[in-house]
Structures are given as C-alpha cells and as structure tokens.
Design a protein around this ligand. Sequence first.
Ligand code: PAF
Length: 288
Amino acid sequence: MVQVVHDPKAFRDACDQLRSQGERIGLVPTMGALHEGHLALIDEAKARGASRVVVTIFVNPKQFDRADDLAAYPRDLDTDLDACEARGVSLVFAPKDRAMYPEGYQTHVQVGALAEELEGEYRPGHFLGMTTIVAKLLILTGPCIAVFGRKDYQQWRIVDRMTRDLGLPVEIVGHPIVREPDGLALSSRNRLLTPEDRTRALAIARGLRAAAEAWQAGERSAETLTGLARAPIADAFDRIDYVKVIDPESLRAREGIVDRASIVVAAHLGSVRLIDNLELGVDPAPSV
Ligand code: PAF
C-alpha cells in the first residue's frame, strides 16, 4: 500500500529521507475526493521529472468562507488512497485540522492584488487560507515541483506569485483543465450535483465553447465574448457571481479589443458553486 502519514513531523521526516536518497519530489496538493483531474496532476509531476510523487489530502477549513460548504465538501479517504496507490504515488499526507493549525496558530500568508478580485471578492478569506496552507505544505515537503490544476486559474497564478515572492525553491506547474467528454470540467464538487443539475451545469461549457468559436472566427471584443459565454449560463444557472474576460497575467477585467485573454466563470446551481475558465489566444487552443 501507498505510505500514509498523518503527523506533520513524520511527513517532513519521510520527505527529508526521500530527498537524501536523491529523489526528486513532485507535490500534488489536494483536498481529496480525487478524480481524473487530480490523477492527471500526478502524471504531470512524473512527466516533469519527479521520481517520487507526494499527494496531500487536507480539506483546509481556513479556505472555506461558508460553514455549509465545508461540511458538504466530499470526503472519501479510503477511495483516494486506492487511487493514489494505483497511480504510483509514493507518499500521502492526510493530516487532521489540529495538526496543521494547533492551538494558538496565528500566522497567515497573504498575496496582494492578484487575490483581491474574482474569487477574492466572492469568497472573502478564501485565498488567505489557501496560500497559508499551500505555503505550509511546500515548506513541509520541499518538492522540486508542485502541480496545480488550471481550473482554479486564479489559484494557480497566486501560488506561482507567492512562491516567487517568497523565494521558495519550487517550480509551480499549471496543468490544463481536464473535462468530461461533454465538456464539464472535472471537480470534486460535481459529486454534489443532482442528475438534473449535472445537465444544467453543461451551460458553462456551452458558453465557453461559443466564445472559443467566436475567437477562432476572429472576434476580439471583450464585451461580445463575455456576452456569448454568459447567455447560456444565465439561462441555466440559479445565480452568476461573474463571467468576465480578464488579462491572463494581472487577472484584471478587460474591456474593448483583446489579444490574449481568459474567460473566467463562477456560478451557482442550488448550493453548489462551480468555476471554470477558458484561455484564449494560447497555442494549442484548449478544447471545451
Ligand atoms: O485546489 C485545491 O484543492 C486546494 O485549494 C489546495 C491547493 C489543495 C489547497 O488547499
């Protein structure tokens, strides 16, 4: 079986040992409920030269802005461990909340402007919690590379900024979004969708596809692209937090004619909040 460690000190020792044996550690931080998207991150770490892949599974309470969202977040450690084992993961770190945030804990890592808008606006405190746990995991693990999914586009950009700003010696890799054949971006939260809402959720892929097709045909107006992406989502979803064309580096909303851009989406179906995005003007163009 894959080695599973729950205690931070034991985890640090295990990582130290791997490094002392000359292994290149690739880290895949997760909150569990693993799906093919996570498994693709494990593969990516290996493809980028990690001789050992370490997966962390921790539903980080500090990055949830709603108690009901934290309570509902899917948890299935045994199945996750089987998936890690089957994918050739060397070590899994699955700590308890108290181990990561012991009594008296009061240190946080905060990234500036990149974390202020989009998810930062709609989920207050989310990125503060996210960067804090990712910094802690990077420090504990000491990996050569760490792989994140680009479905959480803003998260990937923020983690990359944070590691550069703090001078952490790790390469941050953003892996392209993995989708179901019908276009739904893989997410642990998809498990919470009713069959009917699973069908309604496809409106995001339809909207992004419409924008991608227009882009391919030469459309460059941020307003037109936003409108195309938004229309099916507005029809199918209960509530939209945002559908925006943003600059892929600064993450600021764009207006007028754009050359390279990303469309980012966050919308609600009942109590389930889904996010997705599409990078435009990159080669090869991501498929939706
Ligand atoms: O993307 C996630 O699952 C989480 O935000 C992460 C990176 C594991 C930090 O808790």
